[in-house]
Write a protein that binds this ligand. Structure first.
Ligand SMILES: *Cc1c(COP(=O)(O)O)cnc(C)c1O
Length: 386
């Protein structure tokens, strides 16, 4: 089986894990956690990074640190992994779901601007109010969906005009650049990365909150470690146990040593697929606002199929020859826990989400394996007359 995206553990992972065991530093205080945070901050062009137990917990604590409270709305794209919406719900807030644009498949800045103008009021005190629901808006959370940033040059100024913090769900955009800048330097107050097993780099599980504001990052750290003040079990807030462990960070430090190499490989894989399918009019690569800067964490095709059944047949044919080609995220507005969330019309999201075919793109994928995937995919598309 040629798997979709599995970890590449050919660096110093075992060596660092061994050091963890020998030192007895397994838990959330340890030298690898500190090193991991320093490496993350530098590689993303931000002042400081706080390591968390997962991307989801990083998103949750970032929203809390940004001042999102119960009953707030948080603007997010509907076309995202469920964790984005869950993190909002974990604050007892509600996601406000936006359509994506054609050019980036993520939060549409024009739609954001127009919907804010039409539906928000500016009270004398505090956060803007969403008139249709009477709820306050707490933050805007763009998602760097396919490994490339959302259009932060347009989204950040819109959020600022309404006095809203911006939390970037950069979970999978590890190593990306955007218009020659690092993804940690695009104007978000806080950006959150994931080190889950399917991402370009992994810690087994883990996350990281990065940013530039010292007070805000101190608050994130405080909240992730039970909001404890000093050694005497004095806690001044309802905190979380969200800190990354030294074991996770040991793997993460080894992985970070390969960040540049792995991102280069991801880009090569994406570019080989793009060339191999360029002549097929019924398909296109995933759109991005900055193809060169994209981290291309995931490769595959948008397939202009006539039906869901056709998509299923294509995946089935690939599976039969040992190729792990899959469907992609079902949007949040179609998910039961978020049925009642306020939403814009979903023209692009509805058209796109079930026409995505993801293809194997592990950083250890060999060229001959990729050639097999290309051959089989062309065959499956031909058989379905796409
Ligand atoms: C992976 C991912 C997450 C969640 O990260 P975990 O580490 O699995 O909790 C959140 N958002 C997006 C866009 C992701 O791709």
């Amino acid at each position: 089986m040629i798997m979709l995206a599995t970890p590449n553990l050919t660096g110093r992972e075992s060596q660092y894990l061994q050091q963890c065991v020998e030192s007895t530093f397994l838990s959330s205080i340890g030298p690898f956690v500190n090193r991991f945070e320093a490496l993350c901050a530098t590689s993303f062009g931000a002042n400081r990074a706080i390591a968390t137990s997962a991307g989801t917990t990083g998103l949750h604590v970032a929203l809390v640190a940004a001042g999102v409270v119960r009953d707030d709305l948080v603007a997010i794209p509907s076309f995202t992994f469920i964790a984005t919406a869950n993190a909002v719900a974990h604050c007892a807030a509600t996601p406000w779901l936006f359509d994506s644009d054609k050019a980036s498949w993520t939060l549409d800045p024009a739609l954001l601007e127009e919907t804010f103008e039409a539906e928000l009021s500016r009270p004398d005190d505090g956060k803007p109010v969403h008139r249709p629901t009477g709820r306050r808006v707490g933050a805007v959370m763009p998602v760097y969906t396919m490994g490339s940033a959302a259009d932060m040059d347009r989204i950040v100024p819109i959020a600022r005009r309404w006095g809203l913090p911006v939390i970037a769900d950069a979970a999978a955009a590890h190593g990306a650049r955007f218009r020659c800048r690092n993804i940690g330097a695009l104007g978000a107050d806080l950006s959150v990365l994931s080190f889950n097993g399917n991402k370009t780099l992994t810690c087994g599980g883990g996350g990281c909150v990065i940013g530039n504001d010292a007070a805000q990052l101190n608050l994130v750290q405080h909240l992730t470690t039970t909001a404890r003040r000093g050694p005497a079990y004095d806690h001044d807030m309802v905190g979380f146990n969200y800190r990354m462990t030294n074991i996770q960070a040991a793997v993460g430090c080894a992985q970070l040593e390969s960040l540049d190499d792995y991102v280069t490989i991801k880009r090569q894989i994406a570019s080989r697929y793009a060339h191999a399918f360029a002549d097929l009019p019924g398909c296109m690569p995933f759109p991005t606002l900055d193809s060169e800067g994209s981290a291309h964490w995931l490769s595959g095709l948008y397939v202009n199929a006539a039906s869901d059944a056709q998509m299923k047949n294509i995946r089935q044919k690939l599976l039969e020859v040992g190729i792990d080609a899959r469907e992609f995220w079902k949007p949040i507005h179609m998910q039961r826990p978020f049925e009642d969330a306020p939403t814009t019309p979903m023209h692009i999201t509805n058209r796109v989400w079930n026409r995505v075919l993801t293809l194997p793109c592990s950083t250890h994928l060999r060229e001959d394996e990729q050639a097999i995937v290309i051959e089989a995919t062309r065959g499956a598309l031909r058989a379905e007359k796409v």
